[in-house]
Write a protein that binds this ligand. Structure first.
Ligand SMILES: [Zn+2]
Length: 72
């Protein structure tokens, strides 16, 4: 019983992670590809359009996501 749909996902290890925007505080959700290893990237907030910096640390199973402001 999960909230996620039952689509067949073969190789990619995709997980969705909820976060709060560090600028406006609105909740959002990102999809993480755990098969890609550690990643550091920006994605604009869907509400305030400011660049959120995501730092993903993963060993392919467990993960930790840092959500920061651009200038933090
Ligand atoms: Zn925002």
């Amino acid at each position: 019983m999960g909230a996620s749909g039952g689509e067949g996902r073969a190789e990619k290890m995709l997980e969705s992670q909820e976060y709060d925007c560090p600028y406006c505080g609105e909740p959002g959700e990102v999809v993480l590809d755990l098969s890609g290893g550690d990643q550091d990237y920006f994605e604009d907030c869907a509400v305030c359009c400011r660049p959120i910096r995501f730092g993903l640390h993963t060993d392919g199973e467990a993960w930790n996501l840092e959500v920061r402001r651009e200038d933090d």
